[in-house]
Design a protein around this ligand. Structure first.
Ligand SMILES: [Fe+2]
Length: 155
């Protein structure tokens, strides 16, 4: 039981989940305007989901004798989720597009992780990553629908 490539991609996923959580938190704090009362608490649910997946991936990584990254320095080194300094000047649509973009990075991460864990024969990690991938795709669909986008539009 070594799974070296699986461990590597899992740490990249931990980094992207951590960064995505911060991005969502930023928009939860900075949003202004129509829909605030509905969308502000909606982002609490999104953050709960990201935190649950972050913990789940990190703990599975420990179960296969890996070491999850656990500092912001490591997160910044590994993450592929972009961020920007908080601004009051974004529209709700712009905010949700940035969150959808972060989720699309997570979707791509999970897709790579699913292939790699399958190749290395780590079935339990494979199963976990498939479940999280499914949840991420559902979230992308729902947030895209909120933005008035059809499935696959803007891919
Ligand atoms: Fe809050």
């Amino acid at each position: 039981m070594a799974y070296p490539k699986t461990k590597k991609i899992m740490n990249e996923i931990v980094a992207d989940l951590t960064q995505a959580h911060m991005v969502v938190h930023q928009h939860h704090w900075y949003m202004l305007g129509r829909g605030f009362l509905k969308l502000h608490p909606y982002l609490d649910d999104v953050m709960d989901e990201l935190a649950e997946q972050q913990d789940g991936v990190a703990e599975r990584l420990i179960e296969i004798n890996g070491s999850p990254i656990s500092t912001y320095e490591e997160v910044l080194e590994e993450t592929n989720v972009p961020d920007q300094v908080g601004s009051w000047d974004l529209s709700m649509e712009e905010r949700f597009q940035l969150i959808v973009n972060a989720y699309k990075q997570l979707r791509d991460d999970y897709e790579r992780g699913i292939k790699i864990s399958e190749d290395e024969g780590d079935n339990s990690t494979n199963d976990l990553l498939i479940a999280y991938h499914t949840a991420v795709e559902k979230r992308i669909w729902m947030m895209s629908a909120e933005l008035g986008k059809r499935p696959g539009e803007g891919e």
